[in-house]
Design a protein around this ligand. Structure first.
Ligand code: NOJ
Ligand code: CA
Length: 703
């Protein structure tokens, strides 16, 4: 007993010495406070508090270098600078017309005496969160270095609830689990069933953004912003002390990043609020990214599109033209193959989709499986799979280009790289020139499989550089990008606004051929993956049960039909696919009208109510109009809610069309039952909404 008493006393004395804070700043409205300190051994550390409560307890900072003294301790402060920034900027497209960047910045310049090296820690404190990063100025003693580990802690100190997907350097396409931090078991995974075998088993790490609900009801999100020239961050969990630590994606040598000064890490970010809607509405990640590198942006056009896509996922048709395998790209005579008779991307079928797009006002038609190589593209880990410029014999690119133009519809290119990225890099220039020639303004890229160069991961530094290189090169050619299977976005669409969307999460496609996405999935994504940027989720599947073509097919979409419509509003993206087959839409033209009407670019967005894993209701005002669209979704539970329309203009009367789940609708038992009602509304009105289990509600409000 006595010994324990003495130890405690010693500990208290010791801690008091350590906790002499050296610099503090407050966020503009004083809600958040950041304390920076150096420990007696010169280790930098920070603490984040909200209204006097510590959200992130004292957490260490540092970078370990390969074969060099770690940039971890032995520091002294040589300079601190602080500035209040308040500015407005207009995104090229987005959820709101104007974004306010309002924060206080603290810059601490540190000197490591032993090595005479300097680093700068930059903190930006917003009212809803903190961003900070390491900067390495150009200097004599630090010109080039290899990061072997990053030692950034997020000391939560308590056993919060977490929405997590398991660490995986190659994929984000997992289902979320909700558990206490102490119960996270990322080694056995989140029941995704597809955790890559390439993970380092034995370390309990999860992906970011990590959404947390604290023991005292705060919403906390840990993530990163502006990931360029570095590897993506996972988070390791200490399940006794509830301290998270950065876990960077390695390369084939186990190195995490190669750096040349002057350089900097991405921002490490913490969002915090007592309201869940504040997390969704935050523009902090965007504010931490660099302004657009593209000066003239007129050619960048948000759009809705349809495509030859879902029909392959439900196995109505195929990407491949023939069934033969083992094809060599060079010198192969494609006309010598016998067609399998099920090829999706034929000239005739593409015309059918172009006609459909033209008839209902869609901007684009995506065509997958148009180019040679699909017979043998998957799981081979081989270098030469696609050349991105040779159409199959039954796809007349010249004629289709003319046909699309005559119908005022754009063709959307597809470049599945099958993760043979060296091959893609070699062929990119030619592939983009081909797009220009045939007037494709946008490309959907894809990185299915294991990365070549072999030993690299989707989330490693080499690939992170690749995705940005593609966006940059496309921008030079005035082309737009939608990347599938890239690293998860971190707000780079501010810098490259031609990068309209990414997948980088488990999309609707999983409902076509796997156990699917559980009904709460879409209520979690906006709190996690979407914080970094728009997702090409491909909503809008009307034919929910997928046994309509093949009675043995047991898969289904895990929502009601109406929830698929609401996703066009709740899952923000400037690029939205109406993913179902034309014939399925034509069976429900009254409901399809909402998808025809809904906008993809907005002047204003109001998150009305939200709870991660449970529900989201959001209202958005279409760009340049007075029209509003509301999307409400729920998880597997039925939900009743009342929303006020007090955001409408006070002097106007509008017509609201309410697309609701029918009374007996249910995502599993009766998913396609809906009812449509129309009424006049003003800002004084309230609407009572009822969402079926796994359901939603979609509303258009037109002046
Ligand atoms: C996976 C993508 O997510 C999907 O959209 C695409 O159809 C296939 N890969 C084939 O490229
Ligand atoms: Ca995918």
């Amino acid at each position: 007993m006595k010994l324990i008493g003495k130890l405690t006393l010693l500990f208290i004395i010791f801690s008091t010495f350590e906790i002499a804070a050296l610099s503090s700043i407050y966020s503009p409205n004083k809600i958040l406070r950041l304390d920076f300190q150096l420990f007696p051994d010169g280790t930098p550390a920070y603490t984040l508090s909200r209204k006097g409560t510590q959200v992130i307890k004292t957490s260490e900072l540092g970078i370990f270098l390969r074969e060099a003294v770690p940039l971890k301790n032995g520091f002294s402060i040589i300079k601190t600078d602080s500035v209040l920034v308040d500015s407005l900027w207009n995104p090229v497209w987005g959820e709101v017309k104007t974004i306010r960047d309002y924060h206080r910045e603290l810059k601490i310049t540190l000197l490591q005496k032993e090595t005479e090296r300097q680093i700068v820690l930059t903190f930006r404190l917003f009212d809803e969160g903190l961003g900070f990063r390491y900067e390495f100025p150009a200097q004599k003693n630090l010109s080039y270095f290899i990061v072997s580990d990053e030692h950034t802690q997020f000391n939560l100190g308590e056993d919060h609830s977490a929405f997590w997907i398991p660490g995986d350097y190659d994929s984000n396409e997992h289902m979320y689990s909700k558990t206490l931090l102490s119960k996270v078991d990322a080694n056995i995974g989140a029941s995704a069933g597809e955790i890559s075998t390439k993970r380092i088993i034995g370390k309990n790490y999860v992906q970011s953004p990590l959404m947390l609900k604290s023991v005292n009801g705060l919403y906390i999100n840990i993530f990163e912003a502006a990931l360029t020239d570095y590897s993506a961050m996972h988070l390791e969990i200490d399940q006794q002390r509830f301290v998270l630590k950065t876990h960077l994606t390695p390369d084939a040598f186990g190195n995490k990043a190669y750096m040349q000064t002057p350089c900097k890490t991405p921002w490490r970010t913490v969002l915090v609020s007592d309201k869940a809607v504040d997390i969704l509405a935050s523009k902090m990640i965007l504010n931490l990214n660099e302004p657009s590198k593209i000066e003239n942006t007129e050619w960048i056009t948000p759009m809705k599109y349809v495509g030859i896509w879902w029909e392959m996922h439900i196995n109505k048709s195929t990407w491949n033209y023939a069934d033969a395998g083992n094809i060599k790209l060079k010198g192969f005579d494609w006309n010598s193959l016998t067609p399998n008779g099920r090829h999706g991307a034929t000239t005739a079928n593409t015309k059918r989709y172009i006609d459909f797009a033209a008839k209902y006002g869609f901007g684009g038609v995506l065509i997958e499986g148009w180019n040679v190589g699909w017979e043998d593209w998957f799981g081979q880990w081989k270098e030469e799979v696609f050349d991105f410029v040779t159409p199959y014999p039954d796809f007349d690119v010249e004629e289709l280009s003319k046909y699309a133009k005559s119908k005022n519809v754009k063709l959307i290119m597809h470049h599945e790289t099958s993760a043979s990225v060296t091959n893609y890099e070699r062929r990119m220039d030619e592939a983009f020139a081909f797009m220009k020639k045939y007037d494709y303004p946008a490309v959907k890229t894809g990185y299915v499989g294991r990365i070549i160069p072999r030993g690299e991961w989707h989330d490693g530094q080499w690939m992170v550089q690749h995705y940005s290189r593609v966006a940059e090169k496309l921008a030079e050619n005035k082309l737009m990008l939608n990347a599938h299977e890239p690293v998860r976005p971190t707000g780079l669409h501010r810098t490259y606004p031609n990068w309209l969307a990414s997948e980088a999460a488990r999309g609707n496609e999983f409902n076509a051929w796997s156990v699917g996405n559980p009904p709460d999935h879409e209520t979690i994504l906006p709190f996690t993956r979407l914080l970094g940027g728009p997702m090409d989720y491909t909503p809008g599947i009307f034919q929910i049960k997928l046994n309509h073509l093949d009675k043995n097919k047991i898969e289904q979409v895990h929502t009601t039909l109406v929830k698929q419509m609401a996703l066009f509003v709740t899952m923000y993206s400037p690029l939205q696919m109406a993913a179902d087959l034309p014939e399925n839409y034509e069976k429900h033209l009254d409901a399809f009208q909402f998808i025809i009407d809904v906008a993809v670019d907005w002047d204003n967005t109001i998150y009305l109510e939200a709870e991660p894993g449970d529900y989201i209701t959001v209202a958005r005002k279409a760009k340049g109009t007075n029209n509003w669209f509301i999307g409400a979704i729920t998880d597997e539970n039925e939900r009743q809610t009342t929303i006020s329309l007090n955001f409408l203009d006070k002097d106007k009367t509008y017509t609201a069309v309410i697309y609701a789940d029918a009374k007996d609708a249910h995502w599993e038992k009766n998913p396609m039952a809906y009812q449509i009602t129309k009424q006049k509304v003003t800002f004084n009105d309230k609407l009572n909404l009822r969402l079926a289990p796994g359901g939603g509600c979609a509303i258009s409000i037109v002046e």
